[in-house]
Design a protein around this ligand. Structure first.
Ligand code: NDP
Length: 282
């Protein structure tokens, strides 16, 4: 069996076209969605991510405010900047690109963002809302994964087993909670999980969010499973690859996301979606 491709790039393009329509309607009603993107320092990967997010905003008609600061910015200055954006009614979403330089406490910075503008969904209030099933901003990467599942008709996962490999606060844990919200039976695996291959083979839906090139082999995949690869890694050949060993895995899986062109574009589309939602809620 060769798996069907879960094409995140194509789905993200559809989502962005729909959002552009909503943005046009909001603009004609007198409210243009606006996203403030803060970058501290000159980390090369962060610069690329920020550039992509800003370009995507512009394409959808969302105003973006790009604020770049030197790596030696004082934490108090960053907090003051966030405070000002919290009180700026023309700004609907605030995103602080991570990682921050080590002298800045990322937790304190994220908690300084108003939950009403927390379009990344990292604030503890957003995490709590997800935990108890209340409305709130959901983190963009797991939200993008859910949209991909819905796209292939998987709205309710009752009777299915989902395994999430990775338990970070921004991907693994919220992903597991969202899958639970879709009625899946959920297992979270991590570096302390014994016999990871056995655990993964139980999965009807397998989400890999580890950050290790091609660590999920074909022998770890249940035939016909939906495999969502969140990982973005540089392989030994210098090319981008996921956590899943794509070519052999696609001979076993039923559906599989590519890297690049899978979860990454959906993450950006969900950031735009959250920003439009923030403006809509005004
Ligand atoms: P973290 O490093 O925060 O978390 C990695 C997780 O993987 C941890 O929970 C860790 O376990 C687990 N892990 C590490 N080694 C193993 C192992 N051998 N077996 C099982 N579990 C293991 O990473 P992130 O969640 O931030 O990111 C994960 C990947 O997703 C990265 O490649 C990142 O680049 C990518 N990413 C992609 C995005 C996209 O838009 N496509 C967005 C965000 C991230 P433990 O907790 O026990 O240490």
């Amino acid at each position: 069996m060769t798996a069907q491709l879960l094409d995140g790039k194509a789905l993200a393009a559809q989502v962005r076209t729909q959002l552009a329509g909503r943005v046009a309607a909001l603009r004609s009603a007198g409210c243009q969605p606006a996203l403030a993107v803060i970058l501290v320092g000159s980390d090369a990967a962060s610069q690329v991510y920020v550039r992509n997010k800003i370009a995507a905003c512009e394409q959808a008609g969302i105003r973006s405010l790009h604020q770049t600061f030197d790596a030696d910015l004082r934490e108090s200055e960053l907090l003051a900047r966030i405070h000002a954006l919290n009180h700026d009614d023309s700004v609907h979403g605030i995103l602080v690109q991570l990682p921050l330089p080590p002298h800045i406490d990322a937790k304190r910075v994220i908690e300084a963002i108003s939950p009403r503008k927390d379009v990344d969904g990292f604030h503890v209030a957003s995490a709590g809302a997800l935990m108890v099933g209340q409305p709130g901003f959901r983190p963009c990467t797991p939200l993008g994964c859910v949209r991909m599942l819905e796209h292939i008709g998987l709205h309710d996962l009752r009777g299915r087993h989902a395994v999430v490999v990775g338990r970070s606060n921004i991907v693994g844990k919220p992903m597991a909670l969202m899958l639970l919200g879709m009625n899946a039976t959920v297992t979270i695996a991590h570096s302390g999980t014994p016999d990871l291959a056995h655990t993964c083979r139980q999965a009807d839906v397998l989400v890999a969010a580890v950050g290790r090139p091609r660590m999920i082999g074909a022998d770890m995949i249940k035939p016909g499973a939906v495999v969502i690869d969140v990982g973005i890694n540089r392989g030994a050949d210098g090319r981008l690859c996921g956590d899943v060993d794509f070519e052999p895995a696609r001979e076993v899986a039923g559906w599989i996301t590519p890297v690049p062109g899978g979860v990454g574009p959906m993450t950006i589309a969900m950031l735009l979606s959250n920003t439009v939602q923030a403006c809509d809620q005004e």
